[in-house]
Design a protein around this ligand. Structure first.
Ligand SMILES: [Zn+2]
Ligand SMILES: [Zn+2]
Length: 168
């Protein structure tokens, strides 16, 4: 479990400041490939206030995934910052003064991971026809029309009937 240990700062006078560094890992449910092990590097600045503890949390989450275009294994990572306030009445209910962080880290993964993970911005991907990796060399297949492209519908209207005639 990844958690902030709050006992010392909680028992300190108002105005006290404490720093904590955490280096750990956990298995995330929020990664694109659920169950991916995520390496976590965190630093927390904790500030004892009258109402509780203010925490300035920041860090880096690193993980292995696959390029969405060419499927090559890649390592990626996200930086994040988060401000927390844990009220006195909540601190006393924590088990062993430990504030668990995995839920927050899963949220940060969801917030920060891009729609497409790419090995590089200009990855040419795999040929949809023969599976060739176009980053290495081009295959002889005709260019593949992306199904999601807004031009597919237009192309269908323009060339559809003509193509049918040609085939007959
Ligand atoms: Zn790629
Ligand atoms: Zn091909």
């Amino acid at each position: 479990m990844i958690a902030l240990y709050l006992k010392e700062i909680f028992l300190s006078p108002v105005g006290a400041i404490a720093n904590d560094e955490i280096e750990s890992s956990f298995v995330s449910k929020s990664t694109k490939e659920p169950g991916t092990k995520v390496e976590v590097l965190l630093s927390a600045k904790m500030n004892r206030t009258e109402n509780g503890i203010l925490i300035d949390l920041g860090g880096r989450l690193s993980l292995s995934t696959h390029c969405d275009r060419c499927l090559k294994k890649i390592t990626t990572g996200y930086n994040f910052k988060s401000d927390l306030e844990i009220k006195n009445q909540d601190v006393v209910h924590l088990k062993n003064y430990q504030y668990p962080l995995e839920e927050l880290l899963n949220e940060q993964i969801l917030l920060n991971q891009p729609i497409k993970e790419l090995c590089r911005d200009d990855c040419k991907g795999l040929c949809a026809n023969c599976g060739n990796d176009n980053n290495i060399k081009k295959c002889d297949c005709k260019p593949f029309i992306e199904i999601n492209s807004p031009f597919v519908a237009l192309k269908g209207k323009k060339h559809g009937p003509a193509e049918k005639k040609n085939k007959q």
